[in-house]
Design a protein around this ligand. Structure first.
Ligand code: RUG
Length: 833
């Protein structure tokens, strides 16, 4: 490539090639230049927002220089690349992350100070990029950080939603959803108007004879929508690698504007067609662990898969390699079943457009894809109706039928005469209408399938995917336990703790090798170190207390035990268990004598999270939390002994304030329901202890940090089925202490009892599917143990330090290396200075 450019030209380019600021002065120069020219502001009208935009632009320039170099390096090296397909990337803010990852936060902070701004205020001007619902989207964001940090040639592919997850407001205790239009002045994306792909929908399939006389298929007519690429640079920490996240935006296809309609005077209808195309990437579906089967969602999925595959195939074709080398050059990871159509699309490209035989194509497809499952919850498993697919993607449905036919023939051969088995594993569910089971299609089209924590992967193998383990053998199924990036969740969210650890370990190397944290254990008994550790927690709690006062008006005592549960609101995550436990505590305190009250450990119970707009029971839980909050927080009998806080509009940047400030956090899902959970890891990494069930990654956290450092309670996954059966067919009595809580709720203590009737009756009358009553006693007794432990501050601190020291396993760096080794077979690209 280099040799193709004549020497004098090359020299001229290189002489003027952009350079990166490395000092405070250079940063200031860039900042002022952007403020004065790009933003057309001046010394006299530069507010905090302009200071943010200028700073972001200065850092964006830096990132883009490295991005360009990284892309060149990766193209030249010709190594295998990873493509991570995810409908969600919950990125949060980018500026602080960029400053830290390129190692220029101090210069930026000093430079901003010289110009009259505080770096924290500038950073907080940024709107969160909230293109995700919860754990699944945030995991994708942590993966991008680790892939760049470890120098893997890797791209993310997603959708550029105009509206991210809604903004939550609480009005009279109820959740109200406000659209999140986040794209005004977003400095982090680069529109690539020259990179477009035409995506087809609807139409029909025509059979014809190809040049060799073989029957071939052509998908014709229908509607075309254009996908336009927007690139977001992803800087690694302490490395020159800056990877790419490519997000697709939908647009009416050029030439698609219907001039016939226009000429016939039907301008409005012509514009409406245009707008219809744009709705495809308009909005993120706000459901976590829940699929609704809407046509627009299916359109989003195909639009994004087709655009991404076209892009990947185009890049591959430039190398002029033989098709059978495709899997040596490309690994595609499916984040859940949302991108499963990519499997079908690649097969369609290979056989319909490139003329490969079915077997040649399918061999390439299965070697290319890996599929990650994130849940066993039935309501989250995707199924698409056959008539819907037939109409929207007629050729894809034919291919799915063929994949199914060949697969069932293979099963029949291995297990002759087992009709039951055939109907159980068929991709097509014989219901009315027939449905396509996307998880089965994803398994059949991939070479590896993984769960996200040990228990979850075991449950997949023993329940949901059991038949497939028999058919393919156990090797296709594996586990890769989730993690989080320590750069954002320790270093950025908790700079004081990161600095203290660095002081003890002699540097920040632990941020790229988290197992080095184990050296902290040597200091558990070091008095001065403990005092500093404890002081950092206090300061973080003060910061959260200030935030709570500013946003809710409630004053909380930072000396109280801060007990936090922040995550999506879902019955399986059991925020109802938490709020019933809080009511129990409230009733207990109210019944105490003044003498007894003196012994109570003061608590602040903090709950936050969004409910899917159509998930009525989850919204009822939010309502109850808010009602309990307003009653308890004003009750003079209780005072500081108990405060209940609902954090409105929980998001990534709020998590960065909350995680470092928790003493205890709650991960209390019904055993066997949570895939992994990742906030459990963030809280422990920040020196908080956790109360939790034996579920998801709690189990491995316990194994790593030791049983004495975690508060486990509740029934085990293996007992859940029998308990549920007993609720329905045996005699079921609500736990007596929970019954007292229900009495208070039904007596109107927290407002109109009717509002919460369904919450109580789901437990009392409808089988208590989530085992709230079964676990209630264990839950409140364990909370009493928490209180006792918190009073022995020395022991508590020792638990906190020891736990952090043992969290090395939960870095996404370890996770990404495992994927790279056991699923993708890719190597990092070493970067020389
Ligand atoms: O519910 C799971 C979490 O347990 C898990 O930690 C996270 C990341 O693996 O994914 C969540 N998830 C699962 N989000 N959506 C789904 C199902 O589509």
């Amino acid at each position: 490539v280099e040799a193709s450019i004549p020497e004098p030209l090359r020299e001229a380019w290189l002489k003027h090639s952009a350079s990166e600021f490395t000092t405070k002065e250079e940063f200031e120069k860039e900042l002022v230049r952007h403020i004065e020219t790009t933003l057309a502001r001046s010394l006299y009208n530069c507010d905090e927002h302009a200071a943010y935009s200028g700073t972001a632009l200065a850092f964006r320039d830096r990132l883009i220089i490295e991005w360009n170099r990284t892309q060149q390096r990766q193209t030249l090296s010709d190594q295998k690349r990873v493509y991570y397909l995810s409908l969600e990337f919950l990125m949060g803010r980018a500026l602080d992350n960029a400053m830290l990852n390129v190692g220029q936060k101090e210069n930026a902070s000093e430079g901003l100070k010289d110009l009259g701004f505080r770096v924290e205020d500038v950073i907080s001007q940024e709107h969160d990029a909230a293109l995700g619902n919860g754990g699944l989207g945030r995991l994708a964001a942590c993966f991008l950080d680790s892939m760049a940090t470890l120098n893997y040639p890797a791209w993310g592919y997603g959708l550029r939603y105009r509206y991210g997850i809604f903004k939550q407001e609480i009005v009279d205790g109820y959740q109200v959803e406000i659209p999140d239009y986040w794209l005004d002045n977003n400095p982090w994306e680069f529109p690539r108007h020259e990179i477009t792909v035409d995506i087809q929908f609807y139409g029909n399939v025509r059979k014809y004879q190809d040049a060799n006389g073989k029957t071939a298929n052509s998908w014709e007519n229908g509607e075309i929508v254009q996908a336009v690429a927007y690139d977001v640079p992803i800087p690694g920490y302490g490395t020159k690698t800056t990877n790419n996240l490519r997000l697709w935006s939908s647009k009416a296809s050029t030439g698609e504007f219907d001039f016939q309609k226009f000429n016939a005077g039907d301008y409005e209808s012509a514009v409406a067609d245009q707008q219809r195309a744009e709705t495809i990437s308009a909005v993120l579906y706000p459901n976590d662990n829940l699929e609704r089967g809407k046509e627009l969602r299916l359109k989003q999925q195909y639009f994004w898969c087709a655009a991404s595959l076209h892009d990947i195939v185009r890049r591959f074709k430039k190398t002029n390699r033989a098709w059978n080398e495709f899997p040596d050059q490309i690994a595609i990871q499916l984040n859940d079943t949302h991108p499963t159509l990519a499997i079908v699309e690649l097969q369609r490209i290979l056989i319909d457009l490139e003329g490969l035989s079915w077997d040649e194509g399918w061999n390439i497809v299965t070697k290319t894809f890996g599929y990650t499952n994130h849940t066993v919850l039935p309501e989250a498993l995707e199924k698409w109706s056959v008539p819907l697919l037939q109409n929207l993607l007629p050729r894809h449905l034919q291919i799915i039928y063929d994949v199914n036919l060949f697969f069932l023939q293979q099963v029949e051969k291995k297990f002759p005469n087992d009709r039951e088995l055939l109907s159980r594993v068929s991709i097509i569910e014989e219901s009315h209408p027939q449905m396509v089971r996307m998880a089965y299609l994803a398994i059949i089209g991939s070479h590896k399938v993984n769960g996200v924590a040990e228990l979850h992967s075991d449950l997949l193998k023993s329940t949901l995917f059991k038949d497939f383990v028999n058919i393919y053998g156990p090797d296709r199924f594996t586990n890769v336990t989730n993690g989080v990036t320590p750069r954002r969740w320790l270093h950025q969210a908790n700079p004081a703790l990161s600095a203290l650890i660095a002081k003890k370990l002699g540097g920040h190397d632990f941020l790229t090798d988290l197992t080095l944290l184990d050296k902290l254990e040597a200091f558990v008994d070091d008095k001065e170190f403990r005092a500093e550790w404890s002081e950092i927690k206090t300061q973080n709690k003060l910061r959260l207390a200030k935030f709570i006062q500013e946003t809710t008006g409630f004053k909380v005592n930072p000396k109280s035990l801060f007990d936090v549960q922040v995550k999506r609101i879902h019955e399986y995550k059991r925020q109802q268990l938490n709020i019933f436990g809080i009511i129990h505590r409230y009733l207990t305190i109210k019944a105490m004598t003044p003498e007894q009250k003196k012994k109570v450990v003061p608590r602040v119970s903090i709950i936050g999270g969004k409910a899917a707009p159509g998930y009525w029971m989850a919204k009822t839980i939010i309502h109850l939390v808010n009602k309990v909050s307003s009653v308890v927080n004003q009750d003079p009998d209780v005072g500081d002994l108990l405060k209940v806080i609902f954090i409105e509009d929980y998001n990534v940047s709020k998590a960065e304030i909350i995680c470092p400030a928790s003493d205890l956090s709650e991960h209390i899902s019904t055993a066997g329901t949570e895939g992994s959970g990742t906030s459990n890891m963030k809280f422990v990494m920040n020196g908080g202890l956790i109360i939790g069930t034996c579920d998801g990654a709690n189990i491995e956290i316990t194994r790593e940090i030791g049983e004495q450092n975690i508060f486990l309670f509740g029934n085990l996954a293996e007992d859940v089925e029998e308990l549920r059966h007993r609720h329905l067919y045996g005699d079921f009595k609500v736990d007596p202490q929970l019954a007292k809580v229900f009495e208070a709720v039904k007596g109107g203590m927290f407002g109109d009892a009717k509002d919460f009737q369904a919450l109580c009756s789901s437990i009392e009358e409808h089988g208590d599917y989530y085992l709230v009553s079964d676990d209630f006693n264990s839950y409140i007794t364990t909370h009493e143990m928490v209180d006792e432990a918190f009073q022995k501050q020395d022991e508590w601190l020792a638990k906190s330090i020891t736990s952090v020291a043992r969290m090395g396993f939960f870095s996404t760096d370890r996770v990404i290396n495992e994927y790279a080794d056991s699923i993708w077979n890719v190597e990092p690209l070493v970067v020389k200075d």
